[in-house]
Design a protein around this ligand. Structure first.
Ligand SMILES: C[S@@+](CC[C@H](N)C(=O)[O-])C[C@H]1O[C@@H](n2cnc3c(N)ncnc32)[C@H](O)[C@@H]1O
Length: 213
């Protein structure tokens, strides 16, 4: 089976339950629709914010941040905890610049630290530990990112990783694309490693939420 296994009406319903966002975030959502840019979207973004609030996260590292939509959700949680840092990492200078504009307008200039470069390498070079790590990079890079994440996340910290349903492609037994295999392999590793408690939440394109023991 290929194609999105979640019906459009369910996506729309889940997004409709998210409280209204500031105009700047709504503009980021509209832009993503216009140019088909893969942001996490309202329901997944709100769950990321909720988890960050639930664990009192103040040190967050994000891999693959685009123009900062998911970053905005994490920065809001950190700001509500009295401050801290969210690392925004993308390898594209233009996206990084646009993220600075959006996140500055949202009042997060003091919280977000910007890196332009390959995300796993940036994580390797950034001193931890982190309370929460969010991974949204190229999917063929997921398996190799896991040992670096495991080293940088504090015990009791949370890893959230996006696109774990991969638009239904993981169910297509003929699909051996490197990204599809990356999602499969990462899922296998994190759900069988006794160092993690991990659940795949079928929200939007699937988020694995994993607790590091
Ligand atoms: C799916 S989009 C991210 C969207 C963002 N997390 C959000 O929801 O708003 C992934 C972004 O990360 C970049 N990216 C992908 N793999 C990367 C890597 N290994 N290192 C740095 N940036 C990467 C892509 O170019 C893209 O801008």
């Amino acid at each position: 089976m290929a194609g999105d296994p979640i019906p459009a009406y369910l996506h729309e319903y889940l997004d409709s339950l998210v409280p209204p966002r500031p105009a700047e975030m709504q503009a980021m959502e509209t832009y993503a629709k216009e140019v088909d840019f893969p942001i996490v979207g309202p329901a997944s973004g709100y769950m990321c914010y909720q988890i960050a609030r639930m664990i009192g996260a103040r040190r967050i590292f994000e891999l693959g941040s685009g123009y900062g939509y998911s970053t905005a959700w994490f920065a809001r949680a950190v700001q509500e905890h009295g401050g801290g840092v969210v690392h925004h990492v993308v390898w594209d200078e233009d996206l990084s610049r646009r993220a600075r504009d959006h996140l500055g307008a949202l009042g997060f200039a003091e919280i977000v630290k910007y890196h332009v470069g390959e995300a796993v390498q940036e994580l390797r070079e950034t001193p931890g530990p982190f309370d929460l790590i969010f991974n949204d990079i190229n999917k063929d890079g997921y398996p190799a990112s896991l040992p670096v994440i495991a080293e940088k996340l504090r015990p009791g910290g949370v890893l959230i990783i996006d696109n774990m349903i991969w638009h239904g492609r993981i169910f297509d037994t003929n699909d051996h694309d490197a990204n599809t295999e990356g999602v499969r392999e990462f899922t296998r590793r994190i759900t069988t490693d006794p160092g993690w408690i991990a659940t795949l939440v079928p929200l939007r394109d699937g988020l694995i939420v994993a607790y590091k023991k």
